[in-house]
Design a protein around this ligand. Structure first.
Ligand code: DMJ
Length: 561
């Protein structure tokens, strides 16, 4: 993840006019695990506790002017679709995925409800250190999947836990990125799908707790935030509201895929609260990145939040970079195609990626390499496999002469990612695969052979299916379902495996929350009609939580200026 040149610090009510105009016009309402090093502790201390947060909190407590009914009317399709007749095989496959979701949820509920994730072998819960004392990551991540799959009873169980037990009054160090994509994204999606106020109020309350992370000289947030209640008068609470950079991140830098993956959720926080502070904070990063000089047009993975300069020239469309690119094209789509700056940044970034990173192997497989200060590393991470879907999503909006080209590129990358599955003994793909030392689309290091229930490959199948209707994508998705059943399903849930090249893999004893949020949701949608969470109504955040496209200005329709 990358860097930039210094600019406005952060834009609150004193935001530059240019930014405020842009927010008004375009950006209206409308994560290793991925790349954080598990277990690593933040070490680089950041800004002082914010004095602006209490004001922000007051603002967001103002009555919301968002009109839910008008929002619903603006949708072109009912979120769960109209359920037209379909072929029995597709229906059976969809029901199988629904059964997997119920199994994953039931076991989480039985053995780990209230913890963040289920440990399916030891039948207990896992808390971890990414969420700063927050609990129930699996509950919040699962809400919209349960709703979409019409698992009504299970959805009610999850909602009840949020109402009665989801405590935001915690004090611990959290990943800004993870809290945003999983909790805020999950709560926002649950609100938009159901209109239940509890999801909205929890999302807004949590959003306010993240604001101090933006108090840096550039307005680029640090990666770790203390979620404790701020009390600047108390010498016993010196850490609350403070932020840090990850200890493992280069020289106190912020990570591109972290600070560049806030825009979708933060625009919706502003939409729902009527408080522009969230949109302004997130837009500051975009403005800054737009201005900064980029090596060969590429965005490096590490940026100093103090100087706004790139810290290292490492570029990746996988971990550390990935969702930054995703949020550019999705910001444009979510703005109903008004945020032309995001679109231009996406177009330029993709052009640079294609020019410098896209390669073809001796065996004819297209892949996206990583870039280390100009030297290519011929490796692709599982995380980078989301890019097939992203490029396909952008292709239909590319210049006429490039549409087919980008669609072909998306299909080739998705094919390569499928090969990484097809060439393993389990038919599940490794964490990273390489195109050097004679290997193609296979892991060459023992440490890269694991599969932790990640979604990116089936995510691309879902987009490719929706955008081409080539039946091979449904077929590939079904192969993944069978492999998950055979190798990851255990007595009490689903578990990651340590070696995709072993027919008797050992399990890692972890049912990741993103398995319920993303992997199972994308597989389900692959076997649904296109009007279920239709792509012309919703964009998926990087945790697969659907956020609505701003077809109309809901506030204006509600008669509010
Ligand atoms: C998820 O939390 C998100 O998809 C994130 O963007 C990347 N990593 C995981 C899943 O692999």
């Amino acid at each position: 993840s990358p860097p930039a040149a210094a600019e406005p610090r952060h834009a609150s009510s004193a935001a530059p006019r240019r930014l405020r105009d842009r927010l008004r016009g375009a950006a209206r309402p409308a994560a290793p695990p991925a790349h954080t090093a598990p277990g690593s502790r933040p070490q680089v201390r950041g800004a002082e506790p914010s004095s602006t947060a209490p004001a922000a909190a007051r603002d967001t407590q103002a009555p919301s002017r968002f009109d839910y009914e008008r929002f619903q009317q603006s949708l072109r399709h009912p979120p769960r679709g109209r359920r037209p007749p379909e072929d029995p095989e597709t229906q059976a496959r969809r029901m199988k995925v629904k059964e997997m979701m119920k199994f994953a949820w039931d076991n989480y509920k039985q053995y780990a409800l209230g913890k963040n994730e289920l440990r399916p072998l030891t039948k207990n819960g896992h808390i971890g250190n990414m969420f700063g004392g927050l609990r129930g990551a699996t509950v919040v991540d699962a809400l919209d999947t349960l709703y979409i799959m019409e698992l009504e009873e299970e959805f009610q169980e999850a909602k009840k836990w949020v109402e009665k037990s989801f405590d935001l009054n915690v004090n611990g160090e959290a990943s800004l990125f993870e809290v945003n994509i999983r909790y805020i994204g999950g709560l926002l999606a649950a609100y938009y799908l159901t209109g239940e106020e509890v999801f909205k109020s929890k999302a807004l309350e949590l959003g306010e707790k993240l604001l101090p992370a933006f108090n840096t000289p550039t307005g680029i947030p640090r990666g770790v935030i203390n979620l404790g209640r701020q009390d600047t008068r108390s010498p016993f609470c010196p850490c609350s509201g403070m932020s840090w950079s990850w200890g493992w991140a280069s020289a106190g830098s912020s990570i591109l895929a972290e600070f560049g993956t806030l825009h979708l959720e933060f625009l919706h926080l502003s939409e729902l609260s009527g408080n522009p502070v969230f949109a302004e904070k997130a837009s500051t990063s975009q403005l800054l990145l737009n201005k900064v000089e980029k090596p060969q047009g590429l965005y490096p993975n590490f940026l100093s939040p103090v100087t706004g300069n790139w810290v290292q020239h490492h570029v990746s469309i996988g971990g550390l970079g990935d969702s930054f690119y995703e949020y550019l094209i999705k910001s444009w789509l979510m703005s109903d195609k008004k945020d032309s700056e995001a679109k231009r940044m996406y177009d330029d970034a993709l052009e640079a990626i294609e020019k410098h990173l896209v390669k073809k192997s001796a065996g004819g497989l297209t892949y996206i390499a990583e870039w280390r200060g100009g030297i290519l590393d011929h490796k692709m991470g599982h995380l980078a496999c989301f890019s097939g879907g992203m490029i396909a999503l952008g292709a239909e909006h590319a210049a006429e002469e490039k549409k087919q080209h980008y669609m072909d590129l998306a299909a080739e990358i998705t094919n390569t990612c499928h090969e990484s599955y097809a060439r393993s003994d389990t038919k599940l793909g490794p964490e990273a695969f390489r195109f050097d030392t004679g290997s193609e689309a296979m892991a060459t290091r023992l440490s890269e052979r694991y599969y932790i229930l990640r979604p990116e490959v089936v995510e691309s199948y879902m987009y490719m299916w929706r955008l081409t209707h080539d039946p091979k994508y449904r077929q590939w998705g079904w192969e993944a379902v069978k492999a998950l059943e055979e190798h990851c399903r255990v007595e009490a849930g689903f578990s990651g495996i340590r070696d995709v090249y072993s027919t008797t893999p050992t399990h890692d004893n972890m049912q990741q929350s993103f398995f319920l949020a993303e992997t199972l949701k994308y597989l389900y949608l692959l076997f649904c009609e296109d009007d279920v969470l239709a792509l012309d109504d919703w964009v998926f955040n990087t945790e697969a939580h659907p956020l609505p496209i701003n077809h109309t200005n809901f506030k204006a329709k509600a008669g509010v200026q």
